[in-house]
Design a protein around this ligand. Structure first.
Ligand SMILES: [Zn+2]
Ligand SMILES: [Zn+2]
Length: 332
């Protein structure tokens, strides 16, 4: 399903459904120019997404050849999954090198193994870890063998007849890049700013303090003049400052909630704390959460714990290979 979201330049949204995924669908954006096109993000590497994306491109009369470029905003498989489709036909692919490296490193499973070992140290039982093998982020990930044009913060790309500014906003992933059209004040926010759901923040190996970095990246774009914000999932909006303030308030509440729980349950692991947090899982209890949601919830809990430890609010003690947390002081 395609929808025109902007004229001059002509920007379209292809809705790529993500079956059995709470995100529901990915917004793949297309800037259709006279002498070239730009596609932003692809959907998972699975037949349902490929069909939706290819049908959208066909309706827009866009053939995958060298005058069509692909910009991958970040490494997550729902955004990068179908890169092979573009790379195979010689389309230039743009991406931040840090996220590209994660894709390369995950090919032999070593980054997933490192994440599993880490989650085990945070108290996740081995039986829970085993249930993660069906995680869509793993099963529908892209083939990382593609030539990449690395992009960095502040780069100006001239693609599809437009001047696009690259804004590196680490947090949701280490290399997430938004794109901005300064003249038209159109802002492709990817998963940095979502409007109906809150972007997930995890812990990362090559990026310390993911939550701190994320909050800084929100402030980095808060004053950007924006007439149209186009997010990676769900619907967009015009006011990004208001939405940023809501997201910051959400993380403040999360931090306060963890402090409260750490006081209530001293010497807990992150996995002990996570089930007591407030999650919007349609009334489901922790034990009924799907395995992938438990993984994301533990990661999100850890990102906040990491922030509190770094700010001297919590302390961490490692005993028999497992980390336990205690409250040092109450204010964040
Ligand atoms: Zn993402
Ligand atoms: Zn996403």
């Amino acid at each position: 399903m395609i929808q025109q979201v902007h004229s001059h330049p002509d920007i379209y949204r292809i809705r790529v459904d993500l079956p059995d995924n709470p995100l529901q669908y990915l917004n793949s954006y297309v800037i259709k120019g006279v002498s070239g096109n730009l596609v932003i993000d692809t959907g998972f590497n699975r037949p349902e997404c490929k069909r939706a994306l290819c049908q959208g491109l066909q309706e827009l009369d866009i053939r995958l050849q060298s005058d069509t470029s692909l910009f991958i905003t970040h490494l997550h498989a729902d955004h990068s999954g179908l890169v092979g489709l573009f790379a195979a036909t010689g389309c230039p692919v743009y991406m931040h090198p840090v996220d590209y490296q994660y894709l390369v490193d995950s090919e032999d499973g070593s980054t997933w193994k490192a994440a599993e070992d880490n989650f085990m140290r945070e108290g996740m039982p081995p039986a829970e870890i085993k249930t993660q093998f069906s995680n869509q982020a793993r099963t529908f990930s892209p083939d990382p063998h593609f030539p990449v044009n690395p992009v960095h913060d502040g780069d100006c790309l001239h693609l599809a007849g437009c001047d696009l500014q690259v804004i590196h906003t680490p947090g949701h992933t280490p290399g997430l890049c938004c794109l901005y059209l300064p003249k038209e004040e159109v802002f492709f926010t990817s998963d940095h700013i979502l409007f109906n759901i809150t972007p997930n923040i995890q812990v990362w190996y090559h990026m310390k303090q993911a939550l701190q970095r994320y909050l800084e990246s929100l402030q980095k774009v808060r004053e950007l003049p924006v007439r149209l914000a186009l997010p990676g999932h769900r619907e967009g909006d015009t006011s990004i400052a208001g939405r940023i303030d809501e997201i910051v308030a959400h993380h403040d509440r999360r931090l306060a909630e963890i402090c409260h729980l750490a006081g209530l349950y001293p010497h807990s692991t992150a996995y002990d704390i996570a089930p007591h947090m407030t999650w919007s899982m349609r009334g489901k209890q922790w034990k009924d959460f799907p395995p992938t949601q438990k993984w994301f919830a533990l990661g999100e809990t850890l990102a906040h714990i990491e922030y509190l430890v770094d700010h001297g609010v919590l302390c961490c003690r490692e005993e028999q290979g497992c980390r336990h947390y205690d409250l040092v002081r109450t204010e964040t």
